[in-house]
Design a protein around this ligand. Structure first.
Ligand SMILES: [Zn+2]
Ligand SMILES: [Zn+2]
Length: 326
């Protein structure tokens, strides 16, 4: 899977002139992978066209940062490096001090913690940088490092987003199958059965998408994890399924379902919206929509159940209490 280059005209800041040199520098940068220093880029450019000056390359790099095509990263080497931001998810870095390779990861748990701290201190956070320095596995074991490139990060992102969505579908399917089994009200049972059938179908679609992705790069499955989403990895419905096992009535089962769907919808929407345009983002946003539909269906059913219960004649216990009061 290769991503189309960004629309440079759209990204060009107001007043920016068309320039063949600049387009050449931008396209060369976008073909590179990983984290380049300005001098790395100068070397690459001048190998192709020695008439382009160092100053032009520097200026173009800064322009790319301003236009949101490139991100500046500081690995503590006394100079900046640059990476694509186009279709490249925001992330944190693990940096090896022996081979200078950096590898990327993202964690919802770390992001949530940073948000929590900033909120507690009334701090308007704009950007957070997390860098972990040390020695990579390849260096420690004396292996030759296989560089992880930018294109791969995008694929890892899509892979992990699909894995999380699949885990959620599986736990959702388990949840609705159980709920259908224990619901006594026939209408409620039909709703849970319908949702179970939908989860099964979506699970099939996601699994196919996952297989297609892996087929494009057989090494993809064994590459290190990019997305660390602790709560979501085990499936956002796992907790709800556990509660069902404790024995609940129809109304409680619906409420647990509503809570799970709402949590799942919020989670996928929140992270989907934060990601840069990519397949991983798409997976999350589509999934958020699906959860929203399920949530609406469950809430409608919950209200209908409450209304049916309210219409039922007062039970004997209730009328006896009422009689006493008279
Ligand atoms: Zn290393
Ligand atoms: Zn990076």
């Amino acid at each position: 899977m290769t991503s189309a280059p960004p629309d440079l005209d759209r990204l060009r800041p107001a007043g920016g002139k068309r320039s063949g040199k600049r387009d050449f520098i931008v396209n060369t940068f976008l073909r590179q992978e990983g984290h380049l220093s300005a001098d790395d880029l100068v070397d690459l450019i001048r190998r192709e066209d020695h008439r382009i000056s160092r100053a032009t390359v520097y200026r173009t790099l800064q322009w790319m940062v301003d236009a949101g095509i490139a991100r500046k990263v500081d690995f503590g080497e006394g100079r900046f490096r640059f990476e694509h931001s186009y279709r490249h998810p925001r992330h944190f870095h693990l940096i090896c001090k022996s081979c200078n390779q950096s590898s990327e990861f993202l964690s919802s748990d770390i992001e949530a913690l940073i948000e929590e701290i900033a909120t507690a201190r009334n701090f308007a956070a704009r950007q957070s940088v997390l860098q972990i320095y040390g020695e990579c596995e390849d260096c420690r074991l004396g292996r030759r490092a296989a560089p992880i490139n930018g294109a791969t990060t995008e694929l890892l992102f899509a892979r992990d987003a699909l894995r999380i969505a699949i885990a959620t579908e599986r736990s959702g399917l388990d949840f609705y199958t159980r709920a259908a089994g224990l619901t006594k009200d026939p209408r409620g049972r039909t709703v849970f059965q319908k949702l179970a059938a939908e989860e099964r179908e979506h699970l099939g679609t996601l699994e196919k998408r996952y297989r297609d992705l892996i087929a494009g790069d057989p090494d993809l499955e064994s590459r290190p994890t990019f997305l660390f989403f602790k709560g979501a990895a085990s499936g956002l419905f796992a907790e709800g399924a556990k509660q069902l096992r404790g024995g609940v009535n129809d109304q409680q089962a619906l409420l647990i379902g509503i809570r799970c769907e709402r949590g799942s919808h919020k989670f996928f929407k929140k992270y989907g919206e934060r990601f840069e345009d990519s397949e991983g983002k798409q997976v999350f946003l589509e999934f958020a929509d699906e959860e929203r539909t399920h949530l609406d269906l469950l809430m409608r059913e919950y209200r209908a159940l409450r209304e049916r219960q309210a219409r039922k004649p007062a039970r004997r216990g209730a009328s006896r209490r009422a009689a006493k009061r008279r």
